[in-house]
Design a protein around this ligand. Structure first.
Ligand code: PGA
Length: 248
């Protein structure tokens, strides 16, 4: 594993062509040697992918899709985007298994098919896992995470292009983050489950209400290789602040 620290900017269904002006500062930051090991990856809505790819041409900043269809090339699937199409636009990554998609019906099996297709098209996968508040209260967090990992990774042979984002669903967009001890413990459990299933050590990122205030705490949690940042990443100032506070 490298010393890279990942900063995943997930813009969800936000952003317009006007948002592009705010990205210049990120471009400048990525040129600075000090932030050499900061792997910044933007996930704009599909409508802005081309703009972001153009904007970050010849920089170290990558761009990815927030989801993709399980069919890797083309097909009659109105409203869908395939891994091939993402690749064609210049995407290097795709987020799969985000709880906002699981909640609307995406199953572990669907996600598994998408992971296969994305890897076949040479996209790197940010695979999201996490328990809901109800599952946490029922004390079934680890069986949920184990199921998501084992089903998500069914018949996957090569794990080198996969990163895990641990996102407790009750932390996403709520302003509530896990206690340090809880997060450290859960991350170490996840690592053991992954090692058992994949025989590989995959980077584990944390996501859920990361901001420029709690980052000073979160960056000290052992075992975390970066952050998946939603709302705070849409504000360049806050996003830069997060990167600076993590790397400094
Ligand atoms: P948030 O979103 O940072 O706004 O909580 C995280 C995510 O994208 O899941």
């Amino acid at each position: 594993m490298t010393n890279n620290i990942y900063f995943i900017a997930n813009w969800k269904m936000y952003g317009s062509t006007l948002s592009l002006n705010s990205l210049k500062k990120l471009k400048n930051l990525s040129k600075s040697k000090k932030y050499n090991n900061a792997k910044i990856i933007y996930f704009p809505p599909f409508t802005l992918i081309q703009n972001f790819v153009d904007k970050f041409k010849n920089t170290k900043i990558s761009v990815g899709g927030q989801n993709c269809h399980e069919v890797e090339d083309y097909g009659s699937f109105t409203g869908s985007i395939s891994p091939k199409m993402l690749k064609d636009l210049g995407c290097k990554y795709v987020i799969l298994g985000h709880s906002e998609n699981r909640i609307t019906g995406e199953t572990d099996d669907d996600i598994n098919k998408k992971i296969h297709s994305a890897l076949n098209k040479n996209l790197k996968v940010i695979f999201c896992i996490g328990e809901t508040l109800k599952e946490k209260r029922k004390n079934i967090t680890f069986s949920v995470l184990r199921r998501q990992i084992n089903k998500g990774f069914k018949k996957i042979k090569n794990y080198k292009n996969i990163l895990i984002a641990y996102e407790p669903v009750w932390s996403i967009g709520t302003g509530v983050i896990p206690k340090d001890k809880e997060l450290e413990f859960n991350v170490s459990k996840i690592k053991k489950m992954i090692l058992k299933k994949t025989k590989s050590k995959l980077p584990v990122l944390y996501g859920g209400s990361v901001n420029n205030k709690n980052i000073s705490r979160l960056k000290n949690i052992r075992g975390i290789k970066g952050f998946l940042i939603g709302s705070a990443s849409q504000n360049s100032k806050k996003f830069i602040d997060i990167i600076k506070k993590t790397i400094n």
